[in-house]
Write a protein that binds this ligand. Structure first.
Ligand code: SF4
Length: 505
């Protein structure tokens, strides 16, 4: 198996950096369907650029490279222990090369292993089959969308949709609810893999397995095929839009499996994946480990660019900010404004926020910009280079953010998916603003980092440390202003009302 390690490393690299053609095509349809010159269309144009940049630079499409999950089929007689070890070695190597972010954290100590290896990580499922070759499929699904997975136990009552019973109509309501509850936090437009039935644990496995179907695959079961098509149509009428900014493009795929269940249980398990839908697969020669075929790719078709131009066009209406930012500048901003940041900012997410509750920051944060981001960083010489750095889901910082703003004078918070009422009140009281970056646009934002100026609290691990960045042309949209307005709340209310309309139609 002299080629096995190289083949697995190539699979991981390609999965992390090169979005598969079927997902590109689905994203192309989403982009074409969106109303031009809206916040959603701006977000989509950045996403499209980001997809191109990731492929050109062989950098991670999104900084959150997720929990690597492998599904391996081997001929009878192939040594699976050997393959498991090779996968683990390839994962560690890909992490060292910056193709994967160190994402494996000890759940008891909070310590990041630094190489994506640890108890039950990566996830590897083995199956035997009666073919001669080895097949390895890989999906990289990040935490933002993983946190929006949801499981329903029917019958149940759903917000805006009422009662969901133990039938396909009840299932339909659950899936629509799943898309609605994700809002922008799962980096819409997303896709859902669904399992009807099974038990709680296996239902989620089967739901995730559905994400291995191509976007254009039609379900063999005509009833489920019809439901998949109906969900795509209806979900794109709810109005969540890209990043939850409101708009037409909310869902790019829906794949549903049905499994037998216990008479007493009726679960609907939904695996929500984001637009950065990274999954690929290879067939390998069982004696050499050499790749014989790529799955999800057409060797006849070269990778097509998503855009003709890089970045997004400026309109002249953008607001430019440089830290330290004054209260006056922040109070002049309103929801919908596009902001371009030049100058310094600091990253901080879960560990930094929790630590700041009991400890002072290592730098003066008055007037500063705090970026919810867990980047991929590589050491080069004495310095660091950001390899991927889009925003992370901000709602996790909701318990802390108001205190951080109040106690340390932070003026600008950047993340994705929006924050809650407590943060909104703090923005208003203390004169601060929340900007929504484009989730998953890791290469787009990494290119805006001119220099990594330093790092604090490195003991939290690379994604959780506080990185001091110098940026140029860093774009984000005001979604929560200092006057109590929140685009997230507005879109959630509007989309909820639309769900109700859909239900009555
Ligand atoms: S695109 Fe968004 S949800 Fe998807 S992995 Fe990246 S940050 Fe997470």
């Amino acid at each position: 198996m002299q080629f096995l390690s190289g083949s697995l490393l190539e699979l991981i690299t390609q999965t992390s950096t090169n979005l598969p053609p079927d997902v590109r095509a689905a994203m192309g349809i989403a982009i074409a369907s969106e109303t031009p010159n809206t916040q959603s269309s701006q977000a989509l144009s950045i996403i499209a650029s980001n997809i191109d940049m990731a492929q050109e630079d062989e950098g991670p499409i999104c900084q959150d490279t997720g929990m690597p999950t492998f599904v391996v089929h081997t001929p009878v007689g192939v040594n699976q222990i050997h393959i498991r070890k090779a996968i683990q070695a390839a994962v560690a190597e890909a992490t060292k090369l910056g193709k994967l972010r160190p994402n494996s954290v000890d759940s008891l100590t909070g310590k990041n292993s630094g190489n994506n290896l640890g108890a039950e990580t990566p996830v590897i499922h083995f199956e035997q089959w009666e073919q001669d070759e080895i097949e390895v499929k890989l999906i990289l699904k990040g935490g933002g969308c993983e946190n929006k997975n949801i499981q329903y136990s029917l019958p149940c009552e759903l917000d805006h949709l009422g009662s969901a019973g133990r039938n396909l109509e009840g299932v339909r309501k659950c899936i629509l609810h799943a898309v609605w509850q994700a809002q922008g936090q799962g980096c819409a437009p997303g896709a859902v893999g669904v399992c009807i039935g099974s038990d709680r644990a296996h239902g989620y496995v089967l739901a995730k397995n559905e994400l291995f179907r191509t976007m254009d695959d039609v379900n063999e079961n005509p009833e489920l095929a019809a439901l998949e098509a109906r969900i795509i149509d209806e979900a794109n009428k709810i109005g969540v839009g890209s990043m939850g900014f409101g708009g037409k493009a909310s869902l790019i795929g829906c794949k549903i499996a049905a499994a037998n269940r216990l008479p007493a249980s009726f679960f609907v398990s939904v695996a929500y994946d984001c637009w950065a839908f990274r999954r690929l697969g290879v067939r390998m020669d069982a004696s050499s480990g050499a790749i014989t075929k790529w799955l999800y790719r057409d060797p006849e078709r070269p990778v097509e660019r998503m855009t003709q131009q890089e970045g997004f066009p400026l309109t002249g209406r953008e607001v430019f900010l440089t830290a330290p930012v004054s209260e006056e500048a922040v109070r002049a901003l309103k929801v919908g404004d596009v902001v371009i940041i030049n100058g310094d900012m600091f990253t901080g997410r879960d560990a930094v926020h929790a630590h700041l509750m009991k400890n002072p920051p290592p730098v003066d944060l008055h007037g500063q910009i705090l970026y919810h981001c867990g980047p991929v960083m590589l050491k080069q010489g004495d310095g660091w280079v950001m390899k991927a750095g889009g925003p992370t889901t901000s709602s996790r910082e909701e318990p802390y953010q108001a205190d951080v703003i109040k106690n340390y004078g932070v003026r600008v918070v950047i993340g994705k998916g929006g924050m809650g009422a407590k943060t909104s009140a703090a923005l208003k009281e203390h004169g601060a603003v929340y900007l929504n970056g484009i989730g998953g646009a890791a290469q787009f934002y990494a290119r805006s980092v001119e220099k990594v100026l330093g790092v604090h609290w490195m003991e939290f691990g690379i994604p959780e440390a506080m990185w001091h960045l110098r940026v140029k042309g860093f774009m984000a949209i005001v979604t929560m202003d200092a006057h109590g307005n929140s685009l997230h709340k507005e879109v959630e209310d509007k989309t909820g009302a639309l769900l109700e309309t859909l239900q009555k139609a």
